[in-house]
Design a binder for this molecule. Structure first.
Ligand SMILES: Nc1nc2c(ncn2[C@@H]2O[C@H](COP(=O)(O)OP(=O)(O)OP(=O)(O)O)[C@@H](O)[C@H]2O)c(=O)[nH]1
Length: 405
């Protein structure tokens, strides 16, 4: 997705300031000081993330630059020195994303978060649930204008089916009064399985019932928006809900991921991933052989690079399984499926690690791993204990091997 932003601004100081803050944040900025200059740039630079436009330019004093960009279906943010209700109404009616009052350099501090929001929106998929096609289309238009992908459902039941079929949905916007299944009972059902941090829900309703907001929130909605709403309020609520969700996802990642390798950590393995039921599952415990020597001979940084190399190969061979860094140079893989297939993949992975050199100065460092595997009925602790005993058997038998019985 494009990171190009067109900035059209006649004040040199303001233009340079915008260029500086946007470039610093990793965007590619195209600068124009007038309508004519912008028109020339647009001939050769399609595919913008958005355009930041001064409302009043020396050669286009009444917002004509906005029409030029909107005709090309670009996303437009307007900078204006005048805050007049009629201009604001006119701009928003045209389909401008937002406007920013240009009364000081500090006022543009709102701009960067807005542009970052547009960038992050591209990771989100929203399910719009409403029995009115007109309302659905209006909401879809607003969301897609901000790069949020969309799906649509006519009632709560269809919504539940789509949520199950599309685990990548991150946001649901739902009405309440719908045939077949209403919004609040749909939220109740969703929350049996998916919590607020995984899936954000924004209730939207025009009902006059003054208890509806509380009912939506108590059922598990993250927020509520009353119809009719204006575009600015809609975007503010959607942004707020998505920001909260992203912050929670970041926290979850920080608490459950190993910082060096990006693998899951022990906390995740015994918490989220373990489940409480006793059942059969495949467990592998892996340990890098003679790892202390890598640290002693080449230093801690090379030791770290070795751990990362092993972790990356684990991810390649077990992309859909729970792969965790158990401790220093010890890893654990938890998998379902056929035990023989699991052992075969572990053996291939062991050979791959043995063949993968870690370049260091003029040398290629080579490491091996030992693996113990279990497939017994029990809880996670019991299964890890069996795999761990087999890992130590592998170490005792000469290392660089898989022991699975
Ligand atoms: N570089 C680096 N070293 C670590 C890290 N965590 C633990 N270690 C080191 O890993 C080494 C583990 O050594 P040992 O437990 O003696 O085992 P080993 O040398 O791998 O020998 P065997 O397991 O018996 O084959 C210790 O020297 C730890 O200091 C880490 O995050 N980075």
């Amino acid at each position: 997705m494009s990171r190009k932003i067109l900035v059209v601004e006649d004040s040199r100081a303001f233009r340079n300031y915008l260029n500086q803050i946007l470039t610093h944040s990793g965007y590619e900025v195209l600068l124009a000081e007038s309508y004519d200059a912008a028109e020339t740039i647009l001939k050769s630079e399609p595919n913008l993330l958005c355009a930041v436009l001064d409302y009043c330019l020396p050669d286009a004093q009444d917002g004509e630059i906005i029409d030029l960009l909107l005709e090309k279906n670009e996303r437009v943010i307007v900078l204006t020195a005048m805050f007049q209700d009629d201009i604001r109404e006119k701009m928003l009616a045209k389909g401008v994303l937002d406007y920013i009052l240009k009364d000081s350099m500090a006022s543009v501090s709102y701009l960067l978060p807005l542009i970052q929001r547009l960038t992050n929106n591209q990771q989100h998929k929203c399910l719009v649930v409403d029995d009115s096609m007109t309302v659905r289309h209006h909401l879809v238009h607003l969301l897609e204008h901000q790069y949020i992908q969309t799906l649509q459902a006519e009632n709560g039941l269809q919504a539940l089916e789509l949520i199950q079929q599309h685990p990548d949905i991150t946001l649901v916007l739902t009405d309440h009064d719908m045939p077949v299944k209403d919004g609040i009972s749909m939220i109740h059902d969703v929350r049996q399985k998916i919590d607020k941090n995984q899936l954000a829900i924004l209730g939207i309703s025009g009902s006059d019932a003054n208890t509806l907001t509380a009912r939506f929130l108590k059922a598990g909605a993250n927020d509520f928006l009353k119809k009719p709403f204006n575009q600015e309020e809609f975007y503010c609520r959607v942004h707020q809900v998505l920001e909260m969700k992203e912050a929670n996802s970041d926290l979850f990642r920080m608490a459950n991921q190993d910082a060096l390798t990006g693998l899951w950590n022990r906390r995740f393995l015994f918490g989220e991933a373990s489940g409480c039921n006793e059942r059969i599952r495949n467990i592998a415990m892996l340990d890098i052989d003679f790892f202390k020597k890598v640290n002693d001979n080449y230093g801690h940084d090379v030791g770290d690079a070795t751990i990362v190399m092993v972790a990356n190969i684990l991810k390649i061979y077990f992309p859909n399984e729970v792969v965790a860094r158990f401790g220093g140079e010890e890893f654990c893989i938890q998998a379902d499926g056929q035990f023989e297939d699991f052992v075969a993949s572990l053996e291939k992975m062991r050979q791959r690690i043995e063949r993968t050199p870690i370049p260091h100065q003029q040398e290629n460092i080579q490491v091996t791993i030992s693996i113990g595997v279990s497939n017994v009925m029990g809880n996670l602790d019991q299964q890890i204990k069996v795999a761990d005993d087999r890992l130590y058997e592998a170490k005792g038998n000469g290392r660089n091997q898989v022991v699975y019985q």
